[in-house]
Ligand binder design. Structure first.
Ligand SMILES: [Cu+2]
Length: 413
């Protein structure tokens, strides 16, 4: 494909003028043909089941008359296909003269942070349930800002040594930019709006292109009007695989941690308040976070990224794991540390790995128990049901009848 021209050098006044003109004109974007995302290979549960969507004309009329938004771009052909982001559709790329080309459309997104349904996953033993104690059924619809109809944006996958081009199209009602968080790149590609580049105005396009010299788990997020734009959801994870890997995980998962202040009856997040009351893995709060299903014996890597304003100590039941990476890249083997909880500070990523020897239904959750709640501010005294950053890891046993045995204990004892 032909690379799109670089953004024109509009200054702040130009951007502001474009914003005013755009809102006066009520510009309309052409609808592209929608190619559905192809399921990624080698993932435990390919489930592009995110119920987020770029808002269609009908629902939009209530908010911004006359404006429509592009569906996800048809760049779904080539899939790296290794990293699985539960609840978020995968993103493919096109090749252009050796460059991997991704498209991110920044646009308003309406989705359910929680669909209000009890989890009916048959793998969770029903006999253990206490009515109303486990799961919060409040439906919460949110209108945020995301990429390609998704909050958070899709996980971008590439390989060290690749040159990637990311085409940002701005369908937001205000200027934006994308910062490549943790990436060592030329200054003019950093995406720090008003510092290294003018922000991309509404209706504008900006092309970022750079070579990837690192590997690991990184972030991307808006870097214009940051407090508001990040609080509305504009972020995602960028995974760079090493060209060669000694121990490839069988299951590779990315989870973006976000938090929201949602006031009763209002789908628009409060972007200035600090009483965060909804906490999400990939835009979903429990019980609406899809479970992670793996087979006993598989090597699992979980990549956590934090684009919220709190730290999240993420805890896994039934295992000790090894922390193997940060937003600075992989941790040398001698410096990896064993843990059952890994704290993920704001603006960081943490990768941890384990071999799923222990079959069963294991919880993965933030250990700030405040963050294991939905809308706690509204809950009266009494039972406080689980919600928020709570996910289930199902490790399917290789042999249903085999007795439980710790791997440290010799067989036959
Ligand atoms: Cu937390």
């Amino acid at each position: 494909m032909r690379p799109l021209p670089r953004q024109s050098t509009l200054g702040m006044y130009g951007a502001a003028l474009a914003l005013i003109l755009a809102s006066l004109a009520g510009f309309v974007f052409a609808q592209h043909e929608h190619h559905g995302p192809a399921p990624a290979a080698n993932t435990p549960q390919p489930q592009p089941d995110h119920d987020a969507h770029a808002m269609g004309e009908t629902s939009l009329r209530r908010i911004e008359p006359g404006r429509t938004y592009s569906p996800p771009p048809p760049h779904m052909g080539h899939q790296a296909g290794r990293v699985h982001a539960p609840a978020v559709a995968p993103l493919g790329y096109e090749m252009d003269a050796g460059v991997k080309v991704f498209t991110l459309i920044a646009q308003p997104v309406r989705w359910h942070i929680n669909d209000g349904k009890q989890s009916d996953d048959p793998r969770v033993p029903q006999k253990n349930k206490v009515e109303y104690a486990m799961q919060h059924e409040e439906v919460r619809e949110v209108i945020g800002w995301g990429y390609n109809g998704s909050v958070p944006g899709p996980t971008i996958e590439a390989t060290q040594g690749d040159t990637i081009r990311v085409i940002l199209k701005n369908e937001l009602p205000e200027p934006t930019s994308i910062h490549w968080h943790g990436i060592e790149l030329p200054n003019e590609m950093d995406g720090a709006a008003e510092v290294t580049e003018p922000p991309t105005p509404p209706g504008g396009t900006r092309t970022y292109q750079f070579k990837l010299h690192q590997n690991g788990t990184f972030l991307y997020h808006s870097h214009f009007n940051v407090m508001k734009q990040e609080a509305l959801g504009l972020g995602g994870i960028l995974v760079i695989h090493p060209p060669e890997e000694k121990q490839k995980p069988d299951v590779d998962v990315s989870i973006l941690l976000q938090q929201w202040q949602l006031l009763p009856g209002n789908p628009n997040p409060d972007v200035v308040g600090m009483d965060w009351n909804w906490f999400t893995f990939n835009g979903r709060a429990a019980p609406d976070i899809p479970p992670l299903v793996v087979k006993q014996g598989q090597r699992v890597r979980i990549r956590l990224g934090n684009l919220s304003m709190d730290s999240h100590p993420i805890h896994l039941h039934g295992y000790s794991f090894k922390v193997v990476g940060t937003e600075g890249g992989p941790i040398p083997e001698s410096a990896q540390w064993p843990a059952a909880t890994v704290d993920v500070p704001p603006g960081s990523t943490r990768d941890f790995e384990f071999v799923a020897w222990n079959a069963g239904h294991w919880m993965i959750h933030c250990h700030k128990v405040h963050h294991m709640m939905n809308s706690h501010a509204q809950i009266p005294v009494g039972m406080m049901p689980h919600g928020g950053m709570v996910m289930l890891l199902h490790v399917e046993p290789a042999d249903e009848k085999a007795p439980w045995r710790h791997p440290g204990e010799p067989e036959g004892k």
